[in-house]
Design a protein around this ligand. Structure first.
Ligand code: PLZ
Length: 450
């Protein structure tokens, strides 16, 4: 893709596609907002970049002081098609003017059904599928578990080490990491068990070995007869962009299928083109029974879904699933426009190109810098794991320092990982090559200076 000076060609408002710092970060207007935030917003709600955002598009976020920052986070993997993509804006504006809400459970409307049809078509597997729509990733996960329990008549659920599934009570229970997600917020939902993951960089196991270890633990500690579902992110997101070894996921899926256990792929972060396939499950050759989606599905409007085998999805009694806003018409309009962009603008290939650029840059750096322990990921979902050069131990302090310095220099990057030692790259697919390269260069400089 050629470099564009304005974002209009690739989506988003016509913002100059440049990194531009006119004040230090945060500038005075951003500082004023953050002071009001500290007074008005609950202390538990954090923020990564200390700015007051006023516009975003292409590969930039503009703040109230006129700084233009390079966006390598997409609002945590959400604005994959580009922020304020013109087609999404147009669809949302038309829908808002027509009607804002009826509640699908009260007066159904076409866009909800069209999103369900699109999901049923796009999600891996040629079996009969059905979908139900919700508002957030956590709500989708909650509902996938409800559906799996109803279908199997069993209660236990297995989640994995390093897994992240949300902040509601059941999804906190499914999430592995205590700080900041769970600490002090219990008691958590019962009948949730944790199994060991495949984490090739740290465990050195083959996929088959890691699967054997997980399955043996599940059989011994829970028993298949008690198990409704296994839920796993095909690539752990918040946990550190952990790509399991080849064969791990297929072995778990096979075991689930032989034991009547519902296999749920949580593709909230990995879904919708992010990994260079429409769904990450495709990379691993697995066909999940249920898939949860959110984030990239609707380009920033709150929408989530559970999609899966029709006979499982239909297990619930009539009226058993729903919610006031689930599948809101404005969010559905955005989703249909975003799906259209994915399919017509070949964003899947763009995700792969972006991934190659990021991986290339950091693999090159890794050759001369032992603090870069691992560079991994698929498509435009790439992470760098930082370690102590001598011991190989996770280096969270270095990671935080690099991220902080990059943001101060006008590049929004996110960290993640159980050990807090991973910087993850999730740029909007509307970013151009030059801007991406500049953003990566700033991160590389921050690392060199750290
Ligand atoms: N499942 C795989 O990645 C959300 C969390 C940000 P919601 N990840 C971003 C934070 O710190 O709160 C996520 C995910 C996976 C579920 C969720 C939850 O999605 O839309 O945030 O509820």
């Amino acid at each position: 893709m050629t470099t564009s000076t304005l974002a209009t060609a690739v989506g988003g408002p016509a913002l100059p596609q440049e990194r531009r710092l006119v004040t230090s970060i945060p500038g005075p207007r951003s500082q004023a907002l953050l002071a009001r935030k500290a007074d008005a917003v609950a202390a538990g709600v954090g923020h990564t970049a200390p700015i007051s955002a006023v516009a975003a598009g292409g590969g930039v976020v503009v703040d109230a002081d006129g700084n233009s920052l390079i966006d390598l986070g997409s609002g945590i993997a959400v604005t994959t098609v580009g922020n304020a993509h013109p087609k999404v804006v147009e669809a949302v504006q038309a829908q808002v003017a027509a009607f804002t809400h009826t509640c699908f459970m009260v007066s159904p409307y076409e866009s909800y059904v069209a999103v369900a049809e699109a999901l049923n078509r796009l999600i891996p597997g040629d079996h009969a599928k059905k979908s139900a729509l919700f508002n957030s990733g956590a709500e989708a996960v909650e509902n996938a578990v409800k559906i799996a329990r109803k279908h199997t008549g069993r209660q236990a659920v297995v989640a994995f080490d390093h897994g992240y599934h949300g902040r509601t009570n059941l999804t906190m229970a499914l999430t592995a990491k205590s700080m900041p997600y769970k600490s002090g917020f219990g008691p958590f939902a019962p009948e949730v068990y944790r199994a060991p993951l495949s984490y090739p960089y740290r465990d050195g196991l083959s996929g088959a070995e890691a699967a054997k270890r997980a399955i043996s633990q599940i059989e011994k500690q829970i028993g298949a007869d008690n198990l409704a579902a296994v839920i796993i992110e095909p690539i752990q997101g918040e946990g550190g962009f952990i790509v399991p070894a080849d064969g791990f996921l297929p072995a778990i899926v096979d075991w689930c299928r032989s034991n009547g256990v519902v296999f749920i792929a949580d593709e909230v972060q990995t879904g919708f083109g992010r990994t260079g396939a429409m769904f990450a499950s495709e990379h691993f050759g697995i066909v999940p029974d249920l898939i949860t989606t959110a984030k990239g599905i609707a380009a920033g409007l709150p929408l989530a879904a559970v999609t899966g085998r029709a006979e499982i999805m239909d297990a619930s009694h009539a009226g058993g699933l729903g919610g006031t806003y689930g599948g809101n018409p404005i969010a559905c309009a955005a989703a249909l426009a975003a799906i259209d962009v994915f399919e017509n603008d070949d964003l899947i290939s763009r995700a792969r190109e972006i991934g190659d650029l990021i991986k290339g840059r950091f693999t090159e750096l890794q050759a001369g810098d032992a603090r870069i322990g691992d560079v991994r990921g698929l498509g435009a979902m790439i992470a760098v794991e930082f370690v102590n050069a001598e011991t190989g131990e996770p280096d969270a302090a270095l990671t935080a320092a690099v991220a902080k310095a990059a943001i101060a220099q006008g590049v929004i990057v996110l960290t993640c990982g159980t050990y807090g030692n991973v910087i993850r790259f999730l740029p909007p697919l509307s970013i151009d090559d030059a801007l991406l390269a500049e953003g990566l260069g700033v991160v590389a400089d921050a690392l060199a200076a750290a």
